[in-house]
Design a protein around this ligand. Structure first.
Ligand code: WTA
Length: 654
């Protein structure tokens, strides 16, 4: 008889979820790799030792001389060490008896399948690394990757890592203009893209967008095209190369570059509080140590697991927990190209059953969508292979947590609610699945080896109650900077309190037992369906349109997306507010940023509420958007504006 978990005495549906905690099932706890309840205090006693032991599980080409060199806000980890990320993700497994183990089980949206063993991955990475070299890519050069969720995306990343080139993956949902700006900021020499990719039965015309982008990227010398379908495209002589032809002609073995521990591994752009995305820089030795250790610890990864992280490689979750962490740990990873509701709403559950997935790591926005679609979809499939569930990207509300626990995990699987950021590179706060009780809605405690606190604005520690999340000691996978902007790195992250304390821009509250509940961003960054979007990016995209005088973007609560994007816009003289203009402006944002940033609503109005000093009152706009009774408007320059806006908003809602 399988162990059914903590078996609460009441029916799950009757539970007052806010007040319940759940222990891991005895069966899970007994089999878990980490069973030491004192691991956090042991790690805290000698943090450097803890991370040095973790680093020792990787293969180094030269040992480090010093674990940490901390000159706030600049850290160097495993100083003097030499290491190659692709060697750790491929070669060592091939050498250690896992040559024939599946590294990637891939499924395309139309239903095509590929299984790539560690040997197969090794082989392809070597060849493509040689091909990149043949195109003139050298150590330290930047390579942009704009691909759908196909194995070549992983191969491309690892091939760059193999030769010490720095990849910058741009999510396929970003527009041509967004791609262009990232390529130019990174100064990428080569762009790797595909003819297209499938999404809900449609084709994302990636090469088409890439062509548009590279018209204005003087740094790009070559474009590599993966043939995903047989989608029509234009091949530009000398500049464009088919991936499969390059592979055919490339030599089999490419020696892995002995990278310095602090050599950059990748740049990943993410949204901040200005209109310009930040190129977050991650380096090699510390990053690999952090993601490898946390993959094993948080997911209790075992050699027999079939691990599925549903994130796209275009986001940090894809980098750390689809590629570098699990492959360094020798996992079998499931990778899926398309949408969860294509052709039906049980696509994920069919795949879990088909491949015998044991670990599933996904996002609250997806869980809420599944919840809305109903439990009958997962019920159609045998999900008994699952033994652990994960959540990432935004706070998971207790109702969604319970649904996930009950209908996907069968009350048997622990859920790890993992808090982290593009900047942290690795999971920072969660529960250890074999030892820690879970509390729906609360992420858990800092992982071993980390120093994390909730502080008030003055920098004093909060022991119970709300404040701001702070990381008070360096950690191995921490960002090393913002590409080309060291000043912004210092001011954004390390200047809220003292120079050695990292400001995460997340509100958080802490319980007496140390459990942290995340309350969302405290800066102008939204989390729309798990995608990080800066309000300033939206606003600067809009004011670039000739019709727009001023724009204010806000996030309002949304049952599935978590937050939905609503923009208030005032028009320039001579433009009339019409439905056509509203949809034109939505398209304009999509063109500037991508479909992920399409505003749910645009409200065209004559004026925006401002303080007497001329600042837009965003809180007031949020009140309007969420239908709240308006607070104090006495500081407004023109209180009438608000009434007009409210009216416009409500009219549009019908
Ligand atoms: C939010 C994604 C609550 C948070 C890995 C953070 C979360 C931002 C959680 C980073 C979680 C991520 N609980 N909030 N488990 N995970 N967040 O850079 O606001 O895309 O600052 O990294 O997502 O988003 P990013």
């Amino acid at each position: 008889m399988p162990d059914m978990g903590p078996r609460p005495t009441e029916e799950i549906s009757d539970l007052l979820v806010e007040d319940r905690t759940f222990a891991p099932s005895p069966a899970f706890a007994k089999a878990a790799s980490m069973r030491d309840p004192d691991i956090r205090s042991k790690a805290a006693a000698d943090m450097e030792r803890f991370w040095a032991d973790a680093a020792g599980e990787l293969d180094w080409m030269r040992p480090w001389d010093k674990v940490l060199d901390w000159n706030p806000p600049n850290a160097r980890w495993f100083v003097g060490g030499r290491i190659n990320a692709s060697y750790n993700c491929c070669d060592r497994h091939v050498e250690n008896g896992m040559r024939n183990k599946a590294a990637i089980i891939w499924e395309g949206e139309p239903g095509d399948r590929r299984v790539i063993t560690y040997w197969g991955l090794y082989r392809e990475v070597n060849k493509f690394a040689n091909a990149l070299k043949d195109l003139g890519v050298k150590k330290g050069d930047r390579v942009a990757i704009y691909l759908p969720m196909i194995p070549e995306a992983v191969v491309s990343m690892l091939a760059c890592a193999r030769i010490g080139a720095v990849h910058t993956v741009v999510f396929g949902g970003f527009s041509a203009e967004a791609l262009r700006d990232r390529i130019n900021d990174a100064g990428a020499k080569v762009l790797i893209t595909a003819d297209g990719g499938y999404r809900r039965g449609q084709i994302l015309p990636l090469k088409h967008d890439a062509d548009y982008a590279v018209r204005e990227t003087p740094c790009i010398q070559h474009v590599v095209i993966v043939q995903r379908g047989n989608f029509p495209l234009r091949v530009v002589d000398k500049r464009d190369h088919w991936y499969h032809r390059l592979i055919q002609n490339a030599a089999n073995y490419c020696p892995p570059e002995p990278c310095d521990s602090e050599d950059p591994l990748y740049i990943l752009y993410t949204s901040g509080t200005t209109g310009k995305p930040k190129g977050i820089v991650h380096t090699t030795g510390g990053y690999m140590t952090g993601v490898h250790a946390t993959t094993k610890l948080v997911f209790d990864l075992k050699p027999t697991d079939v691990y599925w992280c549903t994130a796209d490689v275009g986001w940090v979750t894809g980098h750390s927990y689809l590629v570098y962490g699990p492959l360094a740990a020798g996992a079998t990873c499931v990778m899926y190209e398309g949408a969860p509701d294509w052709p039906d709403r049980d696509r994920f559950w069919g795949m879990v059953e088909e491949y015998g997935v044991t670990i599933l790591y996904t996002a609250p926005t997806a869980i809420r969508a599944f919840m809305k679609w109903g439990a009958d979809w997962p019920k159609k499939h045998d999900l008994s292979s699952l033994r652990l569930l994960g959540s990432v990207g935004e706070p998971i509300n207790p109702e969604a947590w319970m649904w996930y626990y009950e209908h996907i995990g069968g009350q048997r699987c622990p859920i790890v609610d993992t808090w982290w950021q593009t900047e942290t590179g690795m999971i920072m706060v969660t529960t250890l699945p074999g030892t820690d009780a879970m509390k729906p809605g609360a992420a858990g405690r800092p992982l071993p080896g980390l120093s994390i606190e909730v502080l008030n604005a003055a920098g004093e520690k909060v022991t119970i109650g709300g404040g701001l999340l702070a990381i008070t000691k360096p950690w191995p996978a921490m960002l090393r900077g913002i590409w080309g902007d060291s000043e912004r790195y210092r001011t954004q992250y390390w200047s809220k309190w003292d120079i050695g304390t990292y400001f995460a821009a997340d509100g958080a509250k802490v319980a007496p037992n140390g459990y942290i509940t995340f309350l969302g961003r405290v800066d102008d960054v939204l989390n729309v369906a798990g995608h990080r979007i800066g309000t300033m990016e939206i606003e600067s995209a809009l004011v670039d349109n000739p019709a727009v005088a001023e724009a204010a973007a806000i996030g309002i609560g949304h049952a599935i997306k978590g937050q939905a994007l609503v923009v208030f816009v005032t028009l320039k003289e001579g433009y009339r507010p019409t439905a056509t203009l509203e949809s034109e402006l939505k398209d304009h944002v999509v063109r500037k940023i991508g479909a992920i940033a399409r505003p749910e609503r645009i409200i065209l109005s004559a004026d925006l509420p401002k303080t007497r000093s001329g600042k837009i009152m965003r809180r007031l706009l949020r009140d309007i958007g969420e239908g709240r009774v308006l607070g104090d408007t006495t500081t407004l320059a023109d209180a009438e504006t608000v009434n007009h806006l409210k009216q416009a908003y409500e009219e549009g809602e019908e």
